[in-house]
Design a protein around this ligand. Sequence first.
Ligand SMILES: Cc1cc2nc3c(=O)[nH]c(=O)nc-3n(C[C@H](O)[C@H](O)[C@H](O)COP(=O)(O)OP(=O)(O)OC[C@H]3O[C@@H](n4cnc5c(N)ncnc54)[C@H](O)[C@@H]3O)c2cc1C
Ligand code: FES
Length: 262
Amino acid sequence: MPQYQEKAIITRVEQFSVKNFRLTLDSPEIASCAKPGQFVMIRTGVGNDPLLRRPFSIHQTSSNGAIQIYFKAVGRGTDILAHVKKGEALSVFGPLGQGFKVREDSPAVLVGGGLGIAPMLFLAKAICRLKNVCSKGLVILGGREKNELAPLLDDFHEIGITLYTATDDGSLGHHGNVVDVLHSIDLPANCTIYSCGPEPMLAGIADLARQNGVVCQVSVESVMACGMGACLGCSKPRKDGSYAHVCLNGPVFNAEELKWNT
Ligand SMILES: Cc1cc2nc3c(=O)[nH]c(=O)nc-3n(C[C@H](O)[C@H](O)[C@H](O)COP(=O)(O)OP(=O)(O)OC[C@H]3O[C@@H](n4cnc5c(N)ncnc54)[C@H](O)[C@@H]3O)c2cc1C
Ligand code: FES
């Protein structure tokens, strides 16, 4: 699978809330081959501060060679990204990792919580190119409060997939989390759940999928130093006792493959 290091010019900066941002980057080589669920490693600073690139899911790509990332400022690297300006350039490396494997014969249920909503737009667009999967499918997005989700809703409505939302403070959609919503709906027969978010959320979804006998793919997070299998810093235990590298074998796994802390 090809990978590229590009000096990507920032063509748009959107601020959705105090801490949440979306960047559009001109990155034609990565855009040409990225798949939903894959990620890029971005050098956030100039020089050695911070030294390591930071991983971000590819939020969406476009045919004019753009990629987008959706992120929250949580520390040194993402704070720097929160202050970039249109016209500046960032070093972007990718696409990396194994993305979601879309099952063409199975209705799709997409569940994104917190920053796990980032890869869901790219995935929803890919799924909705397969009309029979899209028409029976649905997306559930969850966040702490309205501003984390509301600016993305038009993009999902445009695709035409059924959308549910949940917020911790009840400011948009269901007052609670995405797992509550998943429990409250009738899952389409023979569906596949595609999910991304914090580990307790993914563990809850994996459990629900197992109880309902449906396939579940999860995109997991890990602290990553290299993003390409060199540092062994991103290992995740598998059910069989072995360890997977999130950067190489993931970030998307079959939920059944992983060992969950429940
Ligand atoms: C495959 C993958 C895809 C990701 N996609 C996105 C995305 O689309 N949008 C987004 O906002 N974030 C995403 N993340 C998380 C993002 O990489 C981290 O938030 C970022 O690296 C933090 O860098 P920092 O320098 O700002 O924080 P630091 O100053 O390094 O750390 C600040 C805090 O964030 C925690 N942290 C650091 N790295 C991670 C991590 N990888 N996962 C969880 N917590 C972390 C630290 O433990 C610390 O508490 C993704 C992570 C992975 C592994
Ligand atoms: S991040 Fe270095 S091996 Fe995965």
